[in-house]
Design a binder for this molecule. Structure first.
Ligand code: 5GP
Length: 196
């Protein structure tokens, strides 16, 4: 029987460079044993430049609730007024095929996965938190991105502060002061954990 894959759960405050890092990471592990990114389902409105089915699957609240009732999500959470969920079937299929799956989710979702893994002896999961160099830099990055209003940026910064309190729940904390350095560290973590 093929060896099962692992779950790599990454959390990071919005604007910490997580999306870029995850994209680069996926590209680096495209060999026989792949690292695949789970595309979440969300009720949030699409930002300009985002692609349905590429960044997220964008659905209505009604549809989200229907899927949640059918237990189609491995985990789900309400984040800043919107719902986000990880499609269960996709993750299970890849884990069973021996691929590793990358979940880029918030702290609430990561803690749910942590409890699940503990309870049900599911495939092992590794938890990584990406830290921005500072709040000032986080704010600058969010402003530069200019996809959110001022009020939304303020909410995201407040949320980021509350999320940072949970860094101790993660196996690794990676500082994203420089993309190339953070990427190298993430690759090293994945290689090491694959060998375990
Ligand atoms: P954004 O709206 O900036 O894309 O994401 C907001 C937050 O929701 C981020 O912390 C992101 O990691 C998180 N998120 C995205 N997808 C999921 C998911 O499927 N589950 C959970 N729990 N959080 C998610």
């Amino acid at each position: 029987m093929a060896k099962k894959g692992k779950l790599f759960v990454i959390s990071a405050p919005s604007g910490s460079g997580k999306t870029t890092l995850c994209r680069k990471l996926i590209r680096s592990f495209s060999g026989k044993r792949k690292l695949v990114r789970s595309i979440s389902v969300t009720t949030r409105r699409r930002r300009s430049g985002e692609r349905g089915g590429g960044d997220y699957f964008f659905i209505s609240r009604g549809e989200f609730i229907k899927r949640r009732k059918r237990r189609q999500f491995l985990e789900w959470a309400g984040v800043l007024g919107n719902y986000y969920g990880t499609p269960r079937a996709f993750v299970q299929r890849h884990i069973n095929q021996g691929n590793d799956v990358l979940l880029s989710i918030d702290v609430q979702g990561a803690l749910k996965i942590k409890r699940m893994v503990r309870r049900a002896r599911r495939p092992s999961a590794i938890f990584i938190f990406i830290l921005p160099p500072s709040f000032g830099e986080l704010e600058r990055r969010l402003r530069r991105r200019s996809t959110e209003s001022r009020a939304e940026i303020a909410r995201r910064l407040k949320f980021a502060k509350s999320e940072m309190c949970f860094v101790k729940e993660y196996n690794y904390a990676v500082l994203n002061d420089k993309i190339s350095r953070a990427l190298a560290r993430l690759k090293e973590i994945i290689r090491r954990e694959r060998e375990e």
